[in-house]
Ligand binder design. Sequence first.
Ligand code: ACM
Length: 610
Amino acid sequence: MAQQSPQLIPQPVSLQTLTGHFVLGKQTSIVVPAGNAECRKLGELLAGMLATPTGHMYAVSTVNKPTGAIHLKLNAVPDTLIGNEGYRLKVSAKSVTISANDAKGLFYGIQTLMQLLPPDIEAHKEIKGVSWSIPAVAITDYPRFGWRGLMLDVSRHFFSKKVVLNYIDEMARYKFNTFHMHLADDNGWRVEIKSLPLLTSVGAWRVMRTGPFDGFEEPKPGEPATYGGFYTQDDIREMVKYAQDRYITILPEIDVPAHSLALIAAYPNLSCTKLQYPVNPGSQFYTRQDNVLCPSDDSTYMVLDKIFTEIAQLFPCPYIHMGGDEAYKGFWEKDPKDIALMQREGLKNAEELQSYFVKRVEKIVESKGKKLIGWDEILEGGLAPSAAVMSWRGIDGGIAAAKMGHDVVMSPWGNCYLDLYQGDPLIEPRTYGQLWLRECYNYEPVPDSVDAKYILGGQGNLWTESVTDERQVQYMTWPRAMALAEVFWSPKEKKSLGTFMIKVQQHFKRLDAANIKYARSIYDPIVAGAKMPGDTVTTHVRLDSQLGNLDIYYTFDTSIPDQYSLKYTGEPVAIPNGAAEIKVITYRDGKPIGRETDVMLKDILKKKKE
Ligand code: ACM
């Protein structure tokens, strides 16, 4: 009898469950083609992944074994259906075979194989007493999009090389292939540029502050800037290589002309005001400090040339991301040199001046043999001739760029911004905006009105104003990036939110085994005020959860709720006279599953969404 379907994320193109299991034993070997160093490396990577949890180093060999082996095979004749990232995976009781046209495909087949093994295969220690059993299946799989990205902002907070390498490993598990590093912003410059040493000796450091970002006290006169860090060029080469070994391209972003205060702190001659500012620790500043490069000053382009020369040498990615977002133009509009430039060049407004800047940057980037990509603001005032656009303010920028024949990566904030609240703001870490798991999952990257060939793919973005350490990076990324992984990889017609929600809960076990933090917000209560017909004020409370099928218990009398408290029936409940607080908990199968959520009723009454 065929068994239960394995819980794979992203969902493969085709998955057939068969009878029986392949069980890893001490004699199991990993068979790779003779004379192919890349395949041998993949065999060793797989052996390495299996070694710690199983306590056994499986042999990698070129000697064919009809039974008891995991075969990695490159097709002699190309299999046209699966392309260069696809694979076929066949598991029977006797053997496992992954075949592909290219080593990339074998790598993705290995990721799928890992997901077929019990969750403990992700453990960082030996787990005894587990049968390392793989259900028999026949899988054919290949990605929908060639750009499957995640972005990590390493400027607002610096994350060490080790954190980055771990993140790359986590991405690879879900078949992401592009890792965008936001390397420069107002709060820190993070990459060594040998020809501009002040970028890191000054720009990488700020004063230490703790608490809600954006409200931090500004640096005091003479206060040492000790918080931050940067990647040396050796670090970058190591990260690039580590990512390459996992078929992930690192896309470097240097955000200009705005978000440039760390650069300007190091080289104050590059802004219009030429004032000396400290690297911003997360204080509000916007229009008071000039974090924008001066577009009329040749020094700006000389410095950018030096930066992009070294960036191009460090990162093999065909693209360099120039940012280009959220440029405040008030300083340009007042600057006599900028005004003179606009007159000379016939530029009608500050948007056209920005476009002038972007086009000059494009020339620099192209002179280094790279293609330019930027946030959708680079469309304003006229898009540079060959630039690709990353659409974040919604999808309109992406649509406009695709209609002009430019390549587009979709990452609209409303579906792809991993820094937003993934549950009720009353109990989630402080941030802004909301993005629930299902809103990630329901994203469709190709708008109806555009030719799909211009949509390279999509990307989830994790900005880190409110993310200070690796555990919080993980919490914000997972499980929402699993949803995006399926959006970017799986065929549209194979997607199912209901099935995904079940699979995600199985994958929580894998993250638990791997000691990776994740958000369990889908289990948490959602508490909202409700008006009944005829009411002018909120008189009731509506309770729910993102999963929707949990038991919900509540109290109004300040006692701790459990399964003997009042049970929510699905109908809004009237707020008793005098009640100041509601405490809510979710249960499944008689056990608490979500976080207890205590809400002052005055806060619900304030909430806009009811
Ligand atoms: C952005 O979120 N400012 C690209």
